[in-house]
Write a protein that binds this ligand. Sequence first.
Ligand code: NAP
Length: 281
Amino acid sequence: MLKIDGKETAMELRTELKKEVSSLKSKYNKVPGLTVILVGEDPASKIYVKNKEKFAKEIGMNSEALRYPVDLEEKVLLNKIDELNKDDKVSGILVQLPLPKHIDKRKVIEAIDHKKDVDGFHPMNVGNLSSGYDSSIPCTPLGCSLLLKKVEKNLSGKHAVVIGRSNLNGKPMTQLLLKENCTVTITHSKTKDLKEECLRADIIIAAVGIPELVKGDWVKKGAIVIDVGINKTEKGIVGDVAFDEVSKVAKALTPVPGGVGPMTIACLLKNTVECFKKAQK
Ligand code: NAP
């Protein structure tokens, strides 16, 4: 069984991006810029934002994190986004989710210029992705598809089962698999027999949030399994896939941690570089 190394793949991607940023600097005499906005004190969000800032700087991009108190007024946030939309030095804007309850997430996502939407959550990007047009692609599904392509270049005709239908993971993942000419089954909490669906899959993408939901006897021999889940349990962080059991039947499997997680930030940097390049045209 191949343990798909997300840490190494993310490092390779960052190295490529660092080279690209340096050649963009020579060509345009400026570099891509990422602005991340954090509202409140959510501990996990604070770590994510710190890492996003750190990795962006490491590859030579401009990077700033704007940190606001939890009681920030919605209109102040919307005004700031408007200012960033107009700022040529800013190629990508990311508002770290979740937001405090008094702030309307939808309004905030729609306020970001879709050309600077490095998360790929703006309805224009969601629509473009589902229409098969050029768009920013949500970072985690993009990371999953890059990991999949490391195992198998041609996914055409494969039967993929996506577990979970969130806007963040399941839905955009489905679009990416369709683009690769997979036959896609999307499953969720109301799916009648999830085990039966999984057993028919050549590829399983688990993005649920239930520790070790996917068992060894749910997986067809030789399947590729990508585990998006990050679940805190008594035995530490585990994914949505029972790693030890599934590794006995799968052809390739991502570990948690060290699989999809590291790819998410690397793909955010990739999206920022793409937005910068499009803005120069
Ligand atoms: P979410 O918004 O809570 O969505 C979970 C999905 O799973 C929903 O569509 C839900 O179905 C479905 N589901 C729930 N119970 C199920 C069951 N018993 N059988 C089948 N489907 C079931 O979660 P998310 O934001 O997509 O995140 C999923 C996981 O990925 C979490 O563990 C999260 O921490 C992790 N994550 C990882 C990364 C990364 O970088 N690796 C990034 C983001 C998220 P319904 O729609 O019917 O409710």
